[in-house]
Ligand binder design. Sequence first.
Ligand code: ATP
Length: 263
Amino acid sequence: MPALILDNVSKVYAPRRRSWKDRLTSTPQQQGFRALDSVTFTVEHGEFFGLLGPNGAGKTTLISVLAGLASATTGSASVCGHDVVTDFRQSRRSLGVVPQEIVYDPFFTVRETLRIQSGYFGLRNNDDWIDEILSNLGLLDKAEVNMRALSGGMKRRVLVAQALVHRPPVIILDEPTAGVDVDLRRTLWEFIARLNKEGHTILLTTHYLEEAEALCGRIAMLKAGRVVALDTTAALLARVGGSDLEDAFVRIMHDDEFLGVTA
Ligand SMILES: Nc1ncnc2c1ncn2[C@@H]1O[C@H](COP(=O)(O)OP(=O)(O)OP(=O)(O)O)[C@@H](O)[C@H]1O
């Protein structure tokens, strides 16, 4: 059973509701927006998988479907064999998600934040693991500091820590290195690579394609909600040509000849 299964997943966001002004002026009801269009792929246990695509391609929507934050309009998805709708609790428990946007509660310290997150998963006495995560993310000296007193990069580290408190077998990182310094990048990638070596499955979205090239064994590329490339990083580079993944990405996105580069 693969770690992640996406089977023909489409997502159409509902149209904006018609306002009284629209009705008065007889403005027709808008169509919904198709953010994902028949997305099908699997990620095996232990893979380091890259999900790439330009702004608005549907990456966050796909992650939201996997995390149960958005419902697929059609199709199905599962995490470690648990359907994200009918077996939500188990699928969510199998997943740690590092969101793109920094959201935090300004009333708690870093440690309190991580204890509360542990509580959501029914975990008490989780401090040994919390300390290990803090140490690996260079946050140990900030453990008793209030969240609002952290820099942006530090807050992002806490988001990573939050995703890991329940030791999920599958970790999804949605642009985790956006706006963070070189130090955090290195620490973060060393830690994530270690977790991957220990057997965790990683799904990463990033616009830093050199990071994806160095880390990901296999890559899916989305364009306007559709999978337009899906293969091992090496095979993609060999087939599309170009000097590196960034080059291959640009060719796939702009050259019809390379659309549909799938294994
Ligand atoms: N709640 C929503 N309602 C309507 N449209 C939405 C909603 N959320 C996202 N969209 C649209 O769906 C499309 C895909 O958005 P999504 O955030 O999944 O893209 P992305 O690939 O993650 O982009 P980025 O790289 O900029 O983060 C975009 O056109 C976006 O405007």
